[in-house]
Design a protein around this ligand. Structure first.
Ligand code: FAD
Length: 422
């Protein structure tokens, strides 16, 4: 079952592989500049994990550019306080920006939002006909031979193929698209750190301020959500793929004697809410596109989460990509522009995130931890704020909204026939 390229009728179409934050944002942005889009998602349903995410102004401005910024702000908790603590609870730094115009002061604001809420806002901005879940991708053609680019996949026991002017690989750190089209690229590297994340049940003991606490080779962060729940994460140096039968028990063992509110937050976490992921980063790619295939988000530049910018960079990629393809009809020229605008920034950020990981959570020797803590305690609040804000100042290009967004998506007919799924 095949859907033909749109080259025949003059309109342009994209297939986005991966329906995470980056892929969905790209789909919304591409539709805004007049493209027809189909998003293929491997999971049985479109959705996000039960954890929070912080978005700085750069990410929020990208959402503004596609008309979704206020919807996300409305579901997010503005972060006006931020502190660094020791495991015993001593404050190394404590920034309280209540009453201050953070945007004017440092060029950024930020929110923490439940990932599922962010994902839903993005999903709701797309017609159901653009979304196809439960696909198993089986093959890809980049369009190198002058023919149309295409993705082949299986869906509910049917083989299908979609041809398009552009294929977007937004399928995360272990990207299938990257493996197919960048066969010489180095594999993601295990960072040496593992993480646990969860959202608590609603509770009167919910935290009201964001803080990160450092032990030796360990870190625990808590952030308030808008609805009385708390998003928390923990990180520790660990062997790759090491797992415990009861992760919450392990967390209580490691962090249960740390300062409040950490023990309380763990007490309000159902065991099944705890997610565990090892952290990988992607060695830098020499280019983010091949022929008519382009990578964005973690597929292009997965970084450690220590700057809280991986998702923000996926949002930036999506807007820059849509602006690039709307600036010229030549996909090759557009992708070269996208690559030029995105590669240096994202790869520099990835390096900075790894440095932050090593200086922060991974530091283990008692002497080094003590010196690091003194250095943090001596850093003036404003300098610390500016370091956080450095990446938040970025502004997205304006998108020229296309008048007609009502054209059928290339996968629409196919999705209907395959009993398309959301
Ligand atoms: C512990 C932790 C904390 C973080 N905190 C923050 C934070 O506070 N702020 C921030 O900005 N970033 C944060 N990040 C980073 C952020 O989560 C990622 O950068 C972001 O999710 C990347 O989005 P993406 O869409 O590129 O990839 P993903 O979110 O990985 O989405 C990829 C999608 O592709 C699908 N997929 C995979 N393979 C295929 C295939 N073959 N076919 C079809 N679909 C496929 C997957 O199912 C998934 O839906 C954090 C990361 C971690 C690990």
């Amino acid at each position: 079952m095949a859907s033909k390229s749109s080259k025949m009728d003059g309109s342009r179409s994209a297939v986005v592989v991966g329906g995470g934050i980056g892929g969905l944002t790209a789909a919304v942005a591409l539709r805004r500049v007049g493209w027809r889009v189909t998003v293929l998602e491997r999971a049985a349903r479109f959705g996000e994990i039960g954890a929070g995410i912080t978005l700085l102004s750069n990410g929020l401005r990208c959402l503004d550019e596609i008309g979704l910024g206020d919807a996300v702000r409305g579901r997010g908790q503005p972060l006006l306080t931020l502190g660094m603590r020791t495991a015993a609870g001593r404050w190394l730094s404590r920034i309280d920006a209540h009453g201050a115009d953070l945007e004017a002061m440092i060029g950024t604001t930020s929110v923490v939002v439940h990932r599922a809420e962010l994902h839903k806002v993005l999903r709701d901005a797309l017609p159901a006909s653009t979304l196809l879940a439960g696909v198993a991708t089986t093959g890809i053609r980049t369009g190198a031979d002058g023919g149309p680019a295409e993705v082949r996949f299986r869906h509910r026991d049917h083989d299908a193929v979609l041809q398009a002017d552009l294929i977007v690989g937004a399928d995360g750190v272990h990207s299938w698209v990257r493996a197919q089209c960048w066969p010489d690229a180095r594999a993601p590297v295990y960072s040496g750190s593992t993480t646990w994340r969860a959202v608590t049940t609603p509770s009167s003991a919910a935290v009201t301020e964001m803080s990160l606490s450092w032990g030796r080779g360990t870190e625990f962060g808590v952030m308030p959500l808008v609805d009385g729940r708390t998003y928390w994460y923990a990180a520790a140096n660990a062997d790759e793929a090491q797992r415990n039968p009861g992760e919450l028990d392990e967390l209580r063992r490691r962090f249960g004697t740390w300062h409040e509110p950490i023990p309380t937050v763990l007490a309000h976490t159902p065991p099944e809410a705890v997610l565990r992921h090892d952290i990988y980063w992607l060695p830098k790619l020499d280019r983010y596109y091949r022929d008519s295939v382009v990578l964005l988000g973690d597929a292009a530049h997965a970084m450690t989460p220590n700057l809280g910018q991986g998702g923000g960079q996926a949002l930036e990629d999506a807007i820059v990509l849509a602006a690039a393809v709307s600036s010229t009809r030549d996909v090759g020229t557009a992708l070269a522009r996208y690559d030029h605008q995105r590669r240096a920034r994202t790869q520099a950020m990835s390096r900075a995130a790894t440095r932050q990981l090593r200086f922060g959570q991974q530091l283990h020797a008692a002497g080094a931890v003590a010196i690091r803590n003194v250095a943090v305690a001596l850093t003036p609040d404003r300098v610390a704020l500016l370091a956080i804000a450095r990446y938040g100042k970025w502004r997205p290009p304006a998108l020229d909204n296309a008048d007609d967004q009502g054209q059928p998506e290339p996968g629409a007919v196919l999705a209907e026939r395959l009993h398309g799924a959301r």
